[in-house]
Design a protein around this ligand. Structure first.
Ligand SMILES: [Zn+2]
Length: 177
């Protein structure tokens, strides 16, 4: 809603009529409370729009996934990159594919997504301070930059409001993996 307030987006009602912030407030006051879900603020009860149209973007803005242990484990489906077994997060470690101590010989940040892989403790211990070829431990899968998954992908598999059918071709939308 902050995008609507800033004038970067408009709300559409179920007949696809567009509203700016002020007219959406007016619309919210004019409709039955049971027809939409509402956000209640100190000043207003605002109907939660089912559809907004972005005016300033050509596509849904993508977010960068922040580098963290959890985001690396999740990217790797909690699998060790060396033995392929699935572990709970507490039994996984972050392995630097090219060890930090060798980073001068390689380009890029040593903690970049592309230089790390999930590894169980025994595999990480065995690989030690070597790269996969030195350790004769080839990677079972390659690291990649994780994709941000749009909340829309959740909407396409779960709840879909009737007013969205107009925009969603479930077969055509494949977001994330
Ligand atoms: Zn392992």
């Amino acid at each position: 809603m902050s995008l609507v307030y800033q004038g970067s987006a408009k709300c559409l009602d179920r007949d696809y009529v567009s509203y700016n912030w002020d007219s959406w407030l007016e619309f919210s006051r004019s409709i039955e409370a049971s027809t939409y879900k509402f956000i209640h603020t100190v000043k207003y009860a605002i109907a939660i729009p089912e559809i907004i149209v972005l005016l300033d973007f050509f596509k849904v803005p993508q977010r960068e996934i922040k580098f963290s242990r959890e985001s690396v484990f999740s990217r790797d489906s909690y699998k060790c990159g060396f033995c392929g077994q699935v572990f709970v997060p507490k039994d996984l470690t972050i392995d630097h594919i090219i060890p930090i101590s060798q980073k001068d010989r390689h380009e890029g940040s040593p903690t970049h997504f592309m230089n790390v892989i999930s590894a169980c403790r025994p595999c990480n211990y065995k690989k030690a301070n070597r790269d996969p070829s030195q350790a004769s431990m080839p990677l079972l899968f390659q690291p990649r930059k994780p994709k941000w998954i749009s909340p829309l992908s959740k909407a396409t598999t779960n709840e879909c409001l009737p007013s969205w059918e107009h925009f969603l071709n479930r077969q055509a939308i494949s977001l994330g993996d």
